[in-house]
Design a protein around this ligand. Structure first.
Ligand code: EPU
Length: 416
């Protein structure tokens, strides 16, 4: 299995260009199932998760063509309504085919995604919403089966904002009869970008990006040609790397507006940040100040950057706390960071970090996508060599990560 080797101590400088957002591309690719004809998507990142969703779409009967960062999908031959365990277990986001399948084929059978390293991750809110729209749902043999002769618009209230839940139900509502109102909807930019794409297909969706989304159902949707928004989590990972290494990084092709919570916190650490259209320049401070963070649904501080920020706090001057409010097991990186010398105590959903630690390289294990990124960041400032195994997690969500870090001056390579 591949390993990533990082020799710490280099200051990162230069330019990095941000790839398309994985979590925007995944729902947008599944939205192709709502149309007949070729949809064209540009700026699709080359990631394992994207390969997984393409395989799943093909398995359902869609044609998929890839040419560099351009992916074309034609779902006019959509025939199979079943997403099998083998494909879904590789990626939870496969649940995003549930609502498009019910909307197009009147039925779907999708393997239940189950939990993952970071939490139980139920899909009860997706299922409740779909039931409210008139689908009958059964859970049997590890599969969720949903059927509806027609979907009817209704009021759906989410007990908590769910990103893929909002996206799934927005896709169902786009082709439902009548009006659907999603309340306490997720406000993430990826939700708004899916709504933009659906509207370009001919849907009638208002309010995406706010907590109330109103969808007037239409009878059919047309193929589109669109570009995927930049990945805000990749952007935040490079911003944190600059802050951590006293670096000076110019981050291009990003969307600063999607990162205001992160920019605010990084400024509080003493980082110097300049924002212009599609570009963020981050200069790391000589002495990193400690700040507390609490992960929250957008526009709060993203849970997907919590692990990376924890590394920064491990070497910052002073003490800090990180509260994780989204996923119940998202501190699995803590024990690995401790192996590198971090001083972190976890009580419930709060991590207490005593800063000013000098990290030293060691073999560590990646446990999930964002935890893996945090281990690379830790390796960048640790003395000596950090050897990260199980890097397949990283390949699920960061495009060309070693190359991008190497171009900024990091000593990082992959071994087979
Ligand atoms: N939740 C429920 N019931 C549901 C759905 C969610 O209780 O039916 C709970 C979850 O357990 C969690 C909270 O609601 O406590 C929020 O979960 P959400 O549904 O928003 O997460 P998700 O849609 O499964 C997406 C991203 C994650 C990201 C979260 C939070 C995609 C494909 N995945 O997951 O991305 O962490 O939103 O922002 O969009 C990653 O990229 O590394 C990643 C994990």
């Amino acid at each position: 299995m591949d390993k990533i080797l990082v020799e710490g101590g280099n200051r990162l400088t230069g330019e990095v260009s941000i790839s398309g957002a994985k979590n925007a591309a995944l729902p947008i690719l599944t939205s192709s199932l709502l149309t007949d004809g070729w949809c064209t998507y540009r700026n699709i990142p080359d990631l394992k998760d994207i390969q997984s969703i393409k395989l799943l779409l093909e398995n359902l009967g869609a044609k998929v063509e890839t040419d560099g960062d351009c992916v074309r999908v034609n779902a006019s031959g959509l025939s199979n309504h079943e997403a099998p365990y083998d494909l879904v277990r590789k990626m939870r986001a496969s649940i995003l085919v549930l609502c498009p399948l019910v909307a197009r084929l009147k039925k779907a059978k999708v393997s239940l995604p189950g939990g993952c390293a970071i939490g139980a991750r139920p899909i009860n809110l997706h299922l409740k919403g779909l039931t409210d729209m008139g689908a009958s749902i059964t859970l049997e043999h590890g599969y969720v089966s949903a059927a509806a002769e027609k979907l009817t618009g209704c009021e759906i209230y989410f007990d908590m904002p769910t990103v893929t839940g909002t996206e799934n139900l927005m896709m169902a509502a786009a082709l439902a009869q009548g009006t659907t109102v999603l309340r306490n909807a997720a406000r993430e930019p990826e939700v708004a970008s899916l709504a933009d794409v659906l509207n370009q297909m001919g849907a009638d969706i208002k309010g995406a990006g706010t907590s109330i989304i109103i969808i007037h159902g239409v009878t059919s949707l047309n193929p589109v040609s669109v570009s995927i928004i930049p990945d805000r989590i990749e952007t935040g990972t490079f911003m944190t790397a600059a802050a951590l290494t006293q670096g000076d990084i110019t981050i291009k092709n990003c969307e600063p507006e999607h990162l205001s919570g992160v920019i605010n916190k990084l400024k509080m650490t003493g980082s110097d940040i300049h924002v212009s259209e599609k570009t963020i320049i981050v200069k790391g401070p000589d002495k990193i100040e400690s700040v507390d963070i609490k992960t929250l649904p957008y526009p709060g501080f993203p849970t997907d950057l919590q692990a990376q920020f924890m590394v920064l706090m491990a070497v910052a001057k002073g003490h800090s706390t990180i509260s994780e409010t989204i996923f119940e097991k998202r501190f699995i990186h803590v024990s690995e960071l401790k192996r590198l010398g971090a001083d972190i105590t976890v009580t419930g959903n709060i991590a207490m970090i005593k800063g000013a630690r000098k990290l030293s390289g060691a073999p560590v294990m990646a446990t999930d996508l964002r935890a893996s990124a945090s281990l690379i960041l830790a390796g960048l400032v640790a003395k000596g060599r950090t050897e990260i195994s199980r890097v397949y997690h990283l390949d699920r969500g960061y495009e060309s990560i070693e190359e991008k870090f190497r171009n900024l001056g990091a000593s990082i390579r992959r071994t087979k």
